[in-house]
Every structure is written in structure tokens, then in C-alpha cells.
Write a protein that binds this ligand. Structure first.
Ligand code: NAD
Length: 260
């Protein structure tokens, strides 16, 4: 149902972002993927997306901490695939540390990637969407946009902030067929989660098994990680015309975490 549409997904060489790209491509969308990683693996993913969609897939290595690079990425997408009809701000990083030891440069970097880059992406894509009278902007926020966990002061700040941008722009674009929403997953089994296990072990003095059982799965009443494909199918639903009244929402997919 997305044939002829263009989707731009930041942070889509891995994890949830790659799952979004696959889900959108499977519905026929042209996609621009973005992020870092092994060049050969990314090229293989890009090609697989073209096979899936029968449309074009393009890769941008733009660094989401650099506003000029974000601007160049959107321009390139517009030139090569068309102005994005669907923009998913998904790139995000994590750092786990008590605030008194939190590296200041990590705070700045996390703000730039997790919060400023969705703002830049939005300001650069929303105009063309309004002109066309159709658009979908989605932020991957987190259960940490609704509740906090210790040692994640920067991450929580950025994810709470995304809800503010989504609500504001949803109102600004409400009459133009453009919706803006956050999807807020609980713990999704991706490299981002795996990478924070060692730091959490250190911060809490726990073993790997204890971190998985007592910190990560402890937060999810279902006692299961959310899967990237489940988050992607939620985004796909938001792209349907039936979802045109869902806007300015922060939508949880967290196994009941924030119900507690
Ligand atoms: P991931 O580490 O698997 O993927 C992150 C992606 O972002 C990768 O493609 C990476 O290359 C890219 N990226 C990182 N820094 C970048 C930069 N400066 N410029 C461009 N791309 C950059 O992580 P994930 O778990 O798939 O996370 C994706 C999003 O989902 C993040 O915003 C994260 O906060 C959010 N999220 C994750 C979970 C979870 O449990 N995994 C839960 C809730 C929300």
C-alpha cells in the first residue's frame, strides 16, 4: 500500500530502524536508509530492500549529530527518491552512568543525536508533506519517555523531549494530512540493548544474567523483550490512511511497563 511513496529512516542500518525499512519496503516504498556499520553489510541490506520493494533503496552515511549532514541527507533523498512522505527519526544512542560521573560530552552527543536530529529532520521534511497534503512523521521514543530509570539522565531527557516535539508539530500540521507520533517501546532486543549490559553490570554491581532478569526483563510485565518487527508493524499501521486521526500521540508498546 506504499507504492510510489518515499520513506526516510534515520539509524536504519541496525535494530529497530532496519526493521522499519524492511516493513516499509515490503509494502513497496522507496527507502533511504542511514546509519553506520560495515560497508559490505550495509550494501547487502540496501540491495535486499530493493529486492523486497521492487523500488529504489539508497543509503546515506549522514551523521545525525551534524545538522548540515541532516540537511544534505534530506536534499539527496528529495533529488534521488522524491521528498519523503514518511520520515522516521530513529537514530539513537544510550549511555548508562550515575549523573555525577556522566561524561559531559556524552550528554551533548546524546542530545544532538536523540533529540536535535529528529527536530532537524522534522523541520526539513514537514513543508513538502504539507504541500502534498499527506505525511507521516514518527519518532522512536521509548518507555523512557514516560517513566525514568536511574543512570539514564541524558537518555530520559531526550526521550521525554521527543513527546514535546511530536505534540507541537502534530498541532501545527493537523489540517494538512500530516501526522506526528512517538512509538515508545519497552526493551527491544537489539544491539543497543546488548551493548548497555556491561555498563549496567558495572553501575549496579551485577552479573550479565542479573542485568537481563532483574533490570531489563524486570521492567516488562510480559517478561519478554519486544521484537524489532513488532515495532515496525506498529509504524506501518501509522502509515495507513485509517490512522489519520492518530496524531500527537505517544504510543506504548512496552509489555505493560508503563502501566505499573
Ligand atoms: P541500534 O544500536 O541497533 O541502532 C541504532 C542505529 O542508529 C544504527 O543504525 C546506528 O548506526 C545509528 N546511529 C547511531 N548513531 C548515529 C549517528 N550519529 N548518525 C546516524 N546514525 C546513527 O539501536 P536500536 O535499539 O535499534 O535503537 C533504535 C532507536 O530505538 C533508538 O532511538 C533507541 O533509543 C530506541 N529504543 C530502543 C529500545 C531498545 O530496547 N532497543 C527501546 C526503546 C527505544
Amino acid at each position: 500500500f506504499l507504492k510510489g511513496k518515499t520513506a526516510l529512516i534515520t539509524g536504519s542500518t541496525s535494530g529497530i530502524g532496519l526493521a522499519y525499512a524492511k516493513a516499509l519496503a515490503a509494502e513497496g516504498a522507496s527507502v533511504m536508509i542511514n546509519g553506520f556499520g560495515d560497508a559490505e553489510e550495509i550494501e547487502a541490506e540496501r540491495k535486499a530492500l530493493e529486492d523486497l520493494s521492487g523500488a529504489r533503496a539508497v543509503y546515506s552515511d549522514a551523521d545525525m549529530s551534524d545538522p548540515a549532514a541532516i540537511e544534505a541527507m534530506v536534499e539527496r533523498c528529495t533529488d534521488e527518491l522524491g521528498a519523503p512522505d514518511i520520515a522516521i527519526a530513529n537514530a539513537g544512542i544510550q549511555h548508562v552512568s550515575p549523573i555525577e560521573e556522566f561524561p559531559v560530552e556524552k550528554w551533548d552527543q546524546m542530545l544532538a543525536i536523540n533529540l536535535s536530529s529528529p527536530w532537524h529532520l522534522t523541520r526539513l521534511v514537514v513543508g513538502a508533506m504539507k504541500e502534498k497534503g499527506w505525511g507521516r512523521i514518527i519518532y522512536t521514543a521509548s518507555a523512557h519517555s514516560i517513566v525514568a530509570s536511574p543512570f539514564k539522565s541524558a537518555y530520559n531527557a531526550t526521550k521525554f523531549g521527543l513527546g514535546g516535539i511530536a505534540k507541537t508539530v502534530a498541532l501545527e500540521a493537523a489540517r494538512d494530512g500530516v501526522t506526528v507520533n512517538c512509538i515508545s517501546p519497552g526493551y527491544v532486543w537489539t544491539p543497543l540493548i546488548e551493548k548497555q549490559i556491561p555498563d549496567t553490570m558495572k553501575a549496579r554491581g551485577m552479573t550479565r544474567e542479573q542485568v537481563i532478569e532483574e533490570v531489563l526483563l524486570a521492567a516488562l510485565p510480559t517478561k519478554k523483550f519486544v521484537m524489532p518487527e513488532e515495532v515496525a508493524s506498529f509504524a506501518l499501521y501509522l502509515c495507513r490512511d485509517e490512522a489519520s486521526q492518530i496524531t500527537g500521540a505517544n504510543l506504548s508498546m512496552d509489555g505493560g511497563w508503563t502501566a505499573q
